[in-house]
Design a protein around this ligand. Structure first.
Ligand code: IMP
Length: 178
């Protein structure tokens, strides 16, 4: 285990099982739809890459990027799109793929923004949802795990661009950022 990690919350196997189950549900729910999976960069890129290989549909993929926390562990409260989607969305059912929901600010903003572009639907798949009271609760159609209110890293999630490569998800030692 990495020395900056105090506890492993989800192992590689547990993550793989959760993703395979979400993939099966998505395959059933979107069978007769035109699915566009939108991965929110950078944190969800590993989740999205694994998830699409568990969806047995002819889906399309795009990426959207929002300004991140930087070297902070709390959201600044301002969401800014730094890379937008390509092309018209009217013919697609969109599934937004997010690594973790904390305050819900990012997803509530993005969902509203994407709905304004008139796709057929917008739903959310989040690998992790933090056990915190969200100011405006986010409705996620697919959730991997409800995780404790700690700063977690690994499997795509970072702190100041570190730890994304870890194959598991663990709690970052507060000493690293305090
Ligand atoms: P929200 O807007 O507060 O819901 O924050 C969502 C975004 O903040 C996620 O996409 C992550 O990039 C980042 N984030 C929130 N909590 C954590 C965490 O515990 N570890 C790493 N990134 C996090």
């Amino acid at each position: 285990m990495h020395p900056d990690i105090t506890e492993i919350l989800y192992t590689e196997d547990e993550i793989a099982n959760a993703i395979s189950s979400i993939g099966r549900q998505i395959t059933a729910d979107y069978a007769d739809k035109r699915l566009l999976l939108v991965s929110i960069l950078k944190g969800s890129f590993i989740f999205a890459a694994d998830l699409i290989r568990h969806i047995e549909l002819d889906l399309a993929v795009d990426f959207i990027a929002v300004a991140s926390y930087g070297a902070e562990t709390k959201s600044s409260g301002v969401v800014r799109i730094i890379k937008d989607l390509e092309g018209p969305l009217e013919s697609y059912d969109i599934l937004l793929v997010e690594d973790i929901v904390d305050s819900g600010l990012t997803l509530n903003y993005l969902r509203k923004y994407l709905r304004s572009l008139n796709p057929k639907s917008v739903e959310i798949a989040a690998l992790l949802v933090k056990e915190v009271k969200q100011e405006t609760p986010v409705e996620c159609k697919y959730v991997g795990f409800v995780c404790p209110d700690a700063f977690v890293v690994g499997y795509g999630l970072d702190y100041a661009e570190r730890y994304r490569y870890l194959p598991y998800i663990g709690v970052l030692d507060p000493k690293v950022y305090s």
